[in-house]
Design a protein around this ligand. Structure first.
Ligand SMILES: Cc1ncc(COP(=O)(O)O)c(C=O)c1O
Length: 388
């Protein structure tokens, strides 16, 4: 497939000339190459990219409450002075080797990205089309809906199962001919986990030429097994990771995918390997130094879980609703009949930013879990709002 003109391929996959023209315009504008596709998709849905309010406690974007690990900052700082070079000393190769070692997958199954927004949208552009749909859970991280719709694919949003996992049987039934199934586990915004056995069922029962994308952005906060090693052994599974969450590197832009090389190659038809090879070198060095820090990772995970559990208990004591089953750095909170927009405004007025609602959960707001001190401020602000 590599080397074939993508327009010919798109024509064969059922795109009209008009649709091909639209994709060409997007790619010609360099959006996919710059990783802005996800942001564009957010804006297309009227979901503004989270803005910061100076001095506020920021619990609105699922970021980490603190920055990169000290060893990561040191590695990034050390390489910064050599950032006149695209590749000072094989930094990308060192990163891929580190992912391979830490994850136990062959190096040629790993690609690096500026975060996970680019590969997320790129999967929709690559594997969905007017003749092959996209199927996701609902609620979920919905950036991919707009990308799927934009490429002219049928987008099926399937309610989560009662346990909060993706209802894989209903997802397959919704579109047996889909080209791409997106499973976010733990899921954003619910934090709920989809059982590995369910994902394996989907892999077994879907069309052989359909692809499953498993987004493990929040995997560090669950004991559920990662599917990353399985992805290295199959030709229809992509597992995606980001450094934007537990690693505290959202502003540095780094992530990776693990998949069969042939699958990755299909994602590269549109722009060669530019995005995946020309990454910000300080971010790459930071990632290489951070990935093996298992005890630091465990400590961050434990701190977040303690703060999440304490916050949840506080909110429930106040008569608010907390959706059960979050295994990630977020909680969905219901406000006992209050309009979430009014709650967001009331808390912002006290210097606490919380997240938005989802169309499937309009009465709830997503609250990111920050540090113990930040969550104490949040709980205090909630108490004052309830008392007012
Ligand atoms: C589930 C999920 N996937 C992907 C992303 C994209 O993040 P980034 O591009 O920073 O890796 C996010 C960001 O919030 C997310 O929650």
């Amino acid at each position: 497939m590599a080397g074939q003109d993508w327009r010919e391929d798109a024509g064969a996959r059922g795109y009209s000339r008009r649709q091909i023209g639209r994709v060409a315009a997007l790619l010609g504008g360099g959006l996919a190459m710059s990783g802005i596709v996800g942001e564009w998709a957010l804006q297309a849905q009227g979901l503004a990219v989270p803005q910061s309010v100076p001095g506020a406690v920021r619990l609105n974007a699922n970021e980490c409450w603190t920055g990169p690990f000290a060893a990561g900052i040191a590695a990034a700082s050390a390489v910064l002075a050599q950032a006149n070079r695209y590749e000072p000393d094989g930094e990308l190769d060192k990163f891929l080797a580190m992912v391979s070692r830490v994850e136990g997958v062959p190096k040629d199954t790993v690609l690096a990205w500026p975060g996970s927004s680019d590969p997320l949208s790129r999967c929709a552009v690559t594997f969905a089309s007017p003749t092959r749909g996209l199927v996701t859970g609902d609620p979920t991280f919905e950036v991919i809906w707009a990308t799927g719709a934009w490429v002219g694919a049928k987008v099926s949003r399937v309610p989560l199962a009662a346990d909060g996992g993706h209802d894989v049987r209903a997802m397959l039934a919704a579109d047996p001919d889909a080209g791409l199934f997106y499973i976010c586990t733990p899921n954003n915004p619910t934090g709920t986990v989809t059982a590995r056995a369910d994902i394996e069922w989907l892999l077994t029962n879907k069309r052989a030429d359909a692809v499953v994308l498993v987004d493990e952005a929040y995997i560090h906060w669950t004991d559920a097994p990662s599917l990353i090693r399985l992805a290295a052994t199959r030709t229809d599974l992509i597992v995606m990771r980001t450094f934007s969450k537990l690693f505290g590197m959202a502003g540095m832009r780094l992530g990776y995918t693990v998949a069969a090389p042939a699958l990755h190659e299909r994602m590269m038809r549109y722009d060669g390997r530019l995005v995946t090879t020309m990454l910000p070198i300080p971010a790459v060095a930071c990632g290489t130094a951070s990935l093996p820090l298992s005890s630091e990772i465990a400590a961050r995970r434990a701190a977040m879980i303690a703060a999440r559990d304490a916050t949840s208990a506080h909110l429930v004591r106040r008569g608010l609703t907390v959706m059960a089953g979050s295994h990630a750095n977020m909680l969905m909170v219901g406000w006992a009949g209050r309009d979430p927009k009014a709650v967001v405004a009331a808390l912002a007025g006290q210097g606490v930013q919380i997240g938005r609602s989802w169309t499937a959960l309009p009465a709830m707001s997503r609250v990111t879990i920050g540090s113990e001190a930040e969550m104490a401020k949040f709980c205090g602000a909630v108490d004052r709002m309830l008392a007012s």
